[in-house]
Design a protein around this ligand. Structure first.
Ligand SMILES: Nc1ncnc2c1ncn2[C@@H]1O[C@H](COP(=O)(O)OP(=O)(O)OP(=O)(O)O)[C@@H](O)[C@H]1O
Length: 250
């Protein structure tokens, strides 16, 4: 039986149009505490649009989003306090030190002044940044910059953390470290992870939701799935085949 108290995100009937184009169509997304959800799909499937709606950065054309029981559309400020977001291009300032930047983000996130130092220290510790607090972000490796991006996403201790392509461009050691950080964060928060790297999903995700042409085509745990790659290609190519048949019949 589903325990509703454990639900960190309940989004129902989400749609988003760009002009005449329906990018996301009547989509449901759920995330529970302690869960790492992988959001997958080919280019243009609607992943970024969905994540931007879930983070309150893009208004849905239709649908409802509740974050930790707060209605995102009715109470956006309150709901956004429950969300940390690492966009594909981390919003880091190269001319600030790691510590200056995280303090700045804590202020933006409305962390009370008396708690900012503690929040910055906690996030730095969890992301392995304690020794680089005084370094300029511009001089860090890409892997460390990514950690800074994740640290800003968890500064205010949000219930939900949404990560867009968090390991893109990292070397294999950095990838391993960031993946283990994601798994660790997933125990306390709920995480949505979007990536094109299927082995990454098998390594860190508890459940996978695959989108194609704005709709869910798979939503399940990976138990018993030997090759996610096979599942992915079967679904996407089957749909492509069906699309061609529809077009040919039209
Ligand atoms: N601002 C926009 N204006 C018009 N169309 C858009 C806009 N943003 C996205 N789209 C279209 O909406 C669809 C879904 O795009 P979206 O970026 O959400 O997909 P995605 O799954 O994140 O793709 P990718 O893996 O390439 O990042 C695509 O057809 C895209 O061209």
């Amino acid at each position: 039986m589903i325990n509703h108290q454990d639900r960190l995100i309940t989004a129902t009937g989400l749609s988003r149009d760009y002009g005449d184009h329906r990018a996301v169509i009547n989509l449901d997304v759920e995330l529970r505490k302690g869960e790492v959800l992988g959001l997958l799909g080919p280019n243009g499937a609607g992943k970024s649009t969905t994540m931007q709606m879930l983070t309150g950065n893009l208004a849905p054309t239709a649908g409802e989003i509740h974050i930790n029981d707060v209605d995102l559309l009715d109470e956006p400020r309150k709901a956004k306090q429950q969300i940390g977001y690492l966009p594909e291009q981390p919003p880091v300032y190269r001319d600030l030190t790691v510590s200056e930047y995280l303090h700045y983000c804590a202020r933006l996130r409305n962390v009370p002044a008396a708690q900012r130092q503690g929040s910055v220290e906690r996030a730095s510790e969890r992301c392995g940044l304690k020794d680089v607090g005084k370094r300029l972000i511009g001089n860090l490796s890409k892997g460390y910059r990514q950690r800074v991006g994740i640290a800003q996403a968890i500064l205010h201790n949000p219930a939900v953390v949404i990560l867009d392509e968090p390991t893109v461009g990292l070397d294999p050691i950095q990838i391993r470290e960031i993946r283990s950080l994601i798994r660790e964060l997933g125990q306390e928060h709920g995480i949505i992870l979007s990536t094109h790297i299927l082995p990454e999903v098998q390594a860190v995700c508890d459940r996978v939701q695959i989108l194609n042409r704005g709709k869910t085509v798979f939503n399940n745990t990976l138990e018993g799935v030997e090759s996610l790659e096979q599942v992915f290609f079967d679904l996407i190519f089957r749909e492509a085949g069906e699309g061609q048949t529809e077009e040919a019949a039209a």
